[in-house]
Design a protein around this ligand. Structure first.
Ligand SMILES: O=C(O)CCC(=O)C(=O)O
Length: 252
């Protein structure tokens, strides 16, 4: 474990043995009951308030996508988000995958609208140098609504985080269904954690039911963040950060 994390008060929360196996072999696992009902209500409300307040600019700091309600730079957009990037089981899983010091990459929101949402299969952190790593990125999917095959639960290809080379060496049409794809399903309040080298993408929301999620991604400390927290950090956010939060955001 990263000594800095421990010095700043982090206590690891061990996962079940089967979850470590899933992370290693499949490249992902689902942590259940992470968000309690009060926090879930707060996160959903903040999500909706921001979408309304930001209008056409929502998501602009990172990426906007047609047919998807996107949000970005959530570190600076509400206290409800503060506990996300400090969640102990999540950070334990991140260290298990990266095996070295890491920091926040970005915290964004994503909600595909009816009959929209299909993304090409991609790997957030590219493919590793060897099938056992080192890996660069870990992402997590905070489910604010139930994730089902009908409302566009993320598709993911088990084991693809261990493939070498480029995804285009393996797949000619990355928008097409893949024979090995499965969906990251779970109840609202669950958090899916996945290796950033795994092939995945948002899927079509056939039912039109809400499928709001927060993507909380981490990156090995030697690389640049997707959202540079030193550049974006607002004074009112800085005021409430613990030493542990400052380290994970890399703003010291
Ligand atoms: O929300 C999802 O289903 C996945 C989104 C994703 O992979 C992305 O935006 O890069």
């Amino acid at each position: 474990m990263d000594a800095q994390l421990l010095q700043r008060g982090f206590t690891p929360e061990l996962l079940q043995p089967a979850q470590y196996r899933e992370l290693d072999q499949n490249g992902f696992t689902v942590l259940e009951n992470i968000i309690d009902s009060q926090w879930l209500t707060q996160l959903r409300q903040t999500f909706e308030d921001l979408i309304e307040k930001e209008g056409e600019d929502a998501g602009v700091e990172v990426a906007q996508m047609k047919g998807v309600r996107r949000l970005a730079d959530l570190i600076n957009k509400g206290e409800a988000f503060d506990a996300i990037y400090l969640q102990s089981a999540l950070l334990t899983a991140v260290y298990h995958i990266l095996q070295r010091p890491f920091k926040l990459h970005s915290l964004n929101g994503h909600d595909p609208l009816a009959n929209e949402g299909l993304q090409s299969l991609h790997a957030d952190g590219g493919q590793p140098e060897t099938s056992k790593g080192p890996f660069r990125v870990v992402n997590s999917m905070w489910m604010l609504d139930d994730f089902t095959t009908e409302n566009g639960a993320t598709r993911i290809i088990p084991g693809s985080h261990r493939k070498l080379g480029n995804i285009n060496d393996y797949i000619t049409d990355r928008m097409a269904d893949h024979p090995e794809q499965v969906h990251l399903q779970g109840s609202a309040g669950s958090v899916a954690v996945f290796n950033g080298s795994i092939w995945h993408g948002s899927y079509i929301n056939y039912s039109g039911r809400l499928r709001r999620t927060l993507h909380c991604a981490f990156i090995a400390r030697e690389f640049d963040q997707q959202t540079n927290q030193r550049e974006y950090l607002r004074p009112e956010t800085a005021e409430r950060l613990s030493p542990l939060a400052r380290y994970i955001l890399d703003v010291d």
